[in-house]
Design a protein. Structure first.
Length: 242
């Protein structure tokens, strides 16, 4: 079972003192997560003031920093509209990501304006594509996208705040995709209180999982997670049936 470590997302140090923000911290966290059992790493580049960004220079610095530590790490990032002024700027910035420092993969959320166009650009730039759906209503747009068959995986990201709602929603989206003939791997992940139950559901359903500070700050028992690595180790134990 593939485990993705989402090591920082948009979290701040006010939420947890171990959130990796600088290039050095992100690289350290990426290496540690892979050593703990993560297969791939998802990280958000940050500006000096901690804001999320997809600016070419910052993406290059982050990717270069990780690869200098371990060139074998498979690293991806977001193309989310919250990292820039809107879709037009997103397209310009992603088109300007330096060829020599491209992430291995990039994710595109089909809840956002211009998602299909952004997904095409990710593939044209030579990166592996992950497409994400936050709600079952977004499934038709994904199914109609020209890049549907190019995805390495589809991310199912329910925004429901109640645990059972999030689990049920994940499974409804998965069923809709499978019924439509989608065969690529599916990955479920939740947020905060839904995160670990959604991970458990993904494992039960034979899907891929995502853990890390972007999604959760605690371990399954409710204790504060010391770092990304303990979350990865927990997911690896669960995947082994422990």
């Amino acid at each position: 079972m593939l485990i993705k470590a989402a090591i920082n997302g948009g979290r701040s140090r006010d939420e947890h003192s171990a959130i990796p923000l600088t290039v050095e911290q992100i690289a350290d966290a990426a290496v540690a997560a892979v050593r703990a059992g993560a297969d791939v790493v998802h990280a958000h580049a940050r500006t000096d003031d901690g804001a999320q960004t997809i600016a070419p220079d910052e993406i290059a610095r982050m990717v270069r920093g990780i690869r200098e530590r371990d060139p074998g790490i498979v690293v991806g990032t977001t193309t989310g509209l919250w990292t820039c002024s809107g879709h037009e700027e997103r397209m310009r910035l992603v088109a300007e990501w330096p060829e020599e420092c491209l992430p291995d993969f990039a994710s595109v959320a089909f809840s956002e304006e211009g998602a299909a166009e952004a997904a095409v650009l990710v593939r044209e730039r030579g990166m592996v594509l992950e497409s994400a759906v936050w709600h079952i209503d977004e499934v038709p747009a994904l199914l109609a996208s020209p890049t549907l068959q190019d995805n390495v995986r589809i991310l199912i990201e329910p925004e429901d705040e109640q645990i059972q709602d999030a689990v049920d929603h994940s499974r409804r989206i998965a069923a809709a995709l499978r019924e439509a003939g989608v065969t690529v791997p599916l990955l479920y992940h939740g947020y905060d209180q839904t995160a670990w139950p959604v991970v458990r559901a993904a494992i039960e359903d034979g899907c891929e999982v995502r853990v890390g500070f972007e999604d959760m700050l605690t371990l399954p028992d409710g204790s504060i997670a010391p770092d990304n690595t303990e979350m990865v180790r927990t997911a690896r134990r669960w995947s082994a049936g422990d």
